[in-house]
Design a protein around this ligand. Structure first.
Ligand code: GUN
Length: 296
C-alpha cells in the first residue's frame, strides 16, 4: 500500500492563517507590525528564489518587510555595518542573512554580528546554546517546521527511534537536539548518521522516523526503510528546468521507491519547504512580541 502523503504545504497554510490573525491583533492592539529584513549578497538564482518566497509570505501576513539586495563583491565590513544598522532599527524585529555568503565573507563573523533578539534564523551561538539547554527564544526554522509538521500530522514522536541523516548546523544537529529533548513532539531516541557513519542503511532500517538532510539527490532508497516508517525528506536538489523555466526539484529520498514501503512521507516539493518559511514568519512574530514586551 502506498504511504500517506504528509502535505507540508497544507499545514503551512493553516499556520499562516493563524499567524495572519495574530499579526492583525498585534497591529490593532499595540500599533506595531512585525518587521523582517532579508539580506541577499550576490545573485545566486536558488538564493534569490528562497528570498523571494520569504518576502512574499511576509507581505501576505501583513509584515513590514524589507528586501536588501547587495552586490556579490560587498565587503565584510560593509555587510557588518548594514547589520548594525538593522540591529538599531526599531521597525525591524527580525534579520535574515541568506546563506551561503560569498567566500570572501566569514559566515561565522556575520552570524555573530546579528543581535540575538533579532536572530529569527536562530543561528547565533547564543540561540544555539539556549536551544541545547532547553530554553530557546527561537527555534531554527527547518527543524521547527519538521517538528510542527509531525505534531500536526498526528505522528507519535515520543519514544520513537528517530534516525537523522546529516549533521549540518542548519538541520541535522538542531533537529537531533530538539527531538531528544523533553517536551511536545519530542522525547525520541535519536541517532545521527553522517558521511563517516559505517553502514548508514542498517541504521535507517531501524528507524520509526527517518529524517534525511544529506544534500544528495535520492540518497536513501526504498529498501533502506522499515515497513511503515515515517520519512521526512529535507532535500531540495535542482535536477533541471521545465520548458517554462521553472526549477525541477527532487529530494534526498528516492520517492517512487520509498512511497511503496513507508507509512507516511513528505513530498518534494510541497513537504518540509513551505513549513520552513512559515516558521520564519512565526519567529518574526515572536521577535516583535519579545521586543515590544507584548504578552502571548
Ligand atoms: N540557506 C539555506 N537555508 C537557509 C536558512 O534556513 N536560513 C538562511 N539564512 N539561509 C539559508
Amino acid at each position: 500500500m502506498a504511504a500517506k502523503l504528509i502535505k507540508g504545504a497544507e499545514v503551512a497554510r493553516e499556520i499562516r492563517a493563524e499567524l495572519k490573525e495574530e499579526v492583525e491583533l498585534i497591529r490593532s492592539k499595540c500599533g506595531v507590525v512585525p518587521g523582517l529584513v532579508t539580506i541577499l549578497v550576490g545573485e545566486d538564482p536558488a538564493s534569490q528564489s528562497y528570498v523571494r518566497g520569504k518576502q512574499k509570505t511576509a507581505h501576505e501576513l501583513g509584515f513590514h518587510s524589507v528586501q536588501d539586495s547587495q552586490p556579490a563583491d560587498l565587503s565584510e565590513e560593509k555587510l557588518l555595518a548594514l547589520i548594525d544598522r538593522y540591529n538599531k532599527d526599531p521597525q525591524i524585529h527580525g534579520i535574515l542573512v541568506q546563506l551561503p555568503l560569498p567566500r570572501h565573507i566569514s559566515e561565522n563573523r556575520i552570524l555573530l554580528a546579528i543581535d540575538p533578539r533579532k536572530d529569527v534564523d536562530a543561528f547565533h551561538p547564543v540561540n544555539v546554546g539556549k536551544l541545547v539547554i532547553g530554553d530557546p527564544d527561537y527555534l531554527p526554522c527547518t527543524p521547527a517546521g519538521i517538528q510542527e509538521l509531525m505534531v500536526r500530522s498526528g505522528i507519535q514522536v515520543e519514544g520513537a527511534e528517530v534516525v537523522v541523516v546529516g549533521r549540518s548546523n542548519i538541520v541535522g544537529k538542531p533537529i537531533s537536539i530538539m527531538l531528544m529533548q523533553k517536551g511536545r513532539g519530542a522525547n525520541a531516541t535519536v541517532t545521527v548518521c553522517h558521511t563517516r557513519t559505517r553502514d548508514v542503511k542498517s541504521h535507517c532500517r531501524r528507524a520509526d522516523i527517518l529524517i534525511v538532510a544529506a544534500g544528495v539527490t535520492e540518497y536513501v532508497k526504498g529498501d533502506w526503510l522499515k515497513e511503515g516508517a515515517v520519512v521526512v525528506d529535507v532535500g531540495v536538489n535542482e535536477v533541471g528546468m521545465t520548458p517554462e523555466g521553472k526549477r525541477i526539484l527532487k529530494g534526498d529520498v528516492a520517492f517512487d521507491e520509498a512511497v511503496q514501503v513507508a507509512g507516511a512521507i513528505t513530498p518534494v516539493p510541497g513537504g518540509v519547504g513551505p513549513m520552513t518559511i512559515t516558521m520564519l514568519m512565526k519567529n518574526t512574530v515572536r521577535a516583535c512580541k519579545l521586543q515590544g514586551n507584548i504578552e502571548d
